[in-house]
Design a protein around this ligand. Structure first.
Ligand code: SF4
Length: 248
């Protein structure tokens, strides 16, 4: 006979509400404003994905002489990995170190241990060095690049075989509710508030400027990687309908 004690249901309910109630309220607000679209069973934040514009260009946020108050995802954000993601990078540690020692020789020595790139204590974070992600490098013009992404392109590897999913998705946000519902949205001040460690305010020019293509178009490869190509096609069709609808 098991001596396991059943957990107090009130505690279970509190844990669930603590985690997902803000997200439920966010979804409910989208619904009320007609900004929630169902795409193949995924709840899509139409305002964030269809009506917002986004362009990733590290020249606007991460040059050495960037203006005060401008933030960059590869400099300010802390990226957390799963064990699998860490192990995928570590398995290609020799190639990663060789690449970064070529592109960023003053910071990365050719014999560096790949384990030193991670802050690995229960949670696993990418370390920061020179006030930027340990896997980043600057080109001759001072522009910041992702070393893992560039290495994958150089070797012909799929980007998702080495780059962390958080980085591939950024600025997209995917939240899974306890009942299996999935919400696809994007980073904003309102969404940031729902994370455990919210920032005071977003200062990322790529999001603040509202320039470039609609979010879902600019993030096409990330969406296809995460949800598949058929999902993207349905998402694009839903975007067209949404933008033509009277509420727009
Ligand atoms: S892994 Fe690449 S994309 Fe992610 S924070 Fe580091 S440099 Fe940026």
């Amino acid at each position: 006979m098991s001596d396991r004690i059943e957990t107090n249901p009130a505690l279970i309910e509190w844990l669930r509400d603590y985690e997902e109630q803000p997200w439920r309220r966010y979804v409910s607000g989208l619904k009320q404003r007609g900004e929630l679209v169902d795409v193949g069973g995924v709840m899509v934040d139409a305002r964030a994905l269809f009506a917002s514009r986004f362009r990733c260009d590290s020249k606007t946020c991460a040059m050495v002489d960037r203006p005060a108050g401008v933030e960059s995802c590869c400099e300010e954000y802390y990226v957390e990995l799963t064990l699998k993601e860490r192990d995928r990078i570590a398995a290609r540690g020799a190639e990663v170190v060789e690449f970064l020692s070529r592109k960023d020789p003053t910071r990365v020595a050719p014999d560096r241990d790949i384990a030193t790139f991670f802050d690995d204590r229960n949670t696993i974070e990418l370390r920061k060095e020179d006030n930027r992600c340990v896997f980043s490098y600057r080109d001759a013009a001072g522009q910041l690049w992702c070393g893992l992404h560039s290495l994958a392109l150089e070797k012909g590897w799929p980007i998702e075989s080495i780059k962390p999913i958080t980085c591939i998705l950024f600025p997209l946000v995917v939240f899974r509710f306890e009942n299996g519902d999935i919400l696809l949205t994007a980073t904003s001040e309102e969404v940031e508030r729902m994370f455990a460690n919210p920032k005071e305010s977003l200062k990322l020019p790529c999001l603040l400027k509202q320039a470039g293509a609609p979010m879902y178009v600019e993030c096409r490869s990330a969406i296809e990687t995460a949800f598949g190509k058929p999902f993207y096609e349905r998402l694009a069709a839903a975007a067209e309908r949404y933008m033509k609808s009277p509420r727009k």
